[in-house]
Design a protein around this ligand. Structure first.
Ligand SMILES: [Mg+2]
Length: 201
């Protein structure tokens, strides 16, 4: 009934989120740009970001992906990244997830923080736990968070005050309707052009 783009009642609740950086996969993270901005610590989401959405510890690609990640992290270190921590929303302490985390710790030699119900991203407590896991010197100014979920990883990290990098290649279909339900609109996105008629031109 609001014929020409009138402001709808719910409009105020919509959150527009713009990640600082956006790239397809972690291998295309603009490390030099991040480092030029003083970033020396990286926090990563795990599923859909470092690892494909469905790549479990038993998946044939698991170990080859670990090897790629090892290579990427070594490269990041050479360029000036001092430390990396993985922060993963797990929800429930399922055995295979715990085993996979163990493998990541062992092979990538990084801290892995798993957060469960009550402390899940985007809650600040998740990011507080991640910051506490860095050995020394991590601040909101020198830490970037990299994740595939705009409603948990990017929203949470941005509200916490970190630089954000959105990984978009692993996004799947159901994601967009979920964002709509949560009234979250990612902007300046490569893979999620907003075509909603409400947004006009
Ligand atoms: Mg993820």
């Amino acid at each position: 009934m609001s014929g020409h783009g009138g402001v709808m009642k719910k409009k105020a609740e919509i959150r527009y989120i713009k990640p600082h950086f956006e790239c397809g996969r972690i291998e295309s993270i603009p490390l030099d740009l991040l480092i030029a901005q003083g970033i020396t610590r990286l926090g990563f989401d795990w599923d859909g970001t470092l690892m494909g959405q469905k790549v479990s510890s038993l998946h044939p690609n698991f170990h080859s992906r670990l090897a790629e990640l090892k290579h990427f992290l070594a490269e990041a270190k050479i360029r000036g990244i001092e430390e990396v921590v993985i922060l993963s929303n797990v929800g429930l302490p399922l055995p295979w997830l715990i085993y996979r985390t163990h493998l990541a710790r062992r092979h990538l030699k990084v801290h892995v923080i798993r957060v469960y119900i009550g402390q899940l991203k985007p809650k600040p407590i998740a990011f507080e736990r991640m910051m506490a896991a860095f050995t020394y010197g991590a601040t909101k100014e020198n830490t970037a968070f990299i994740g595939d979920r705009i409603d948990t990883d990017i929203l949470g990290a941005a509200e916490f005050g970190l630089t954000t990098v959105w990984i978009t290649d692993s996004l799947h279909e159901g994601f967009r309707s979920r964002l709509k339900k949560k009234k979250i609109v990612p902007i300046a996105q490569r893979h999620f052009q907003e075509d909603s008629s409400e947004s006009g031109t």
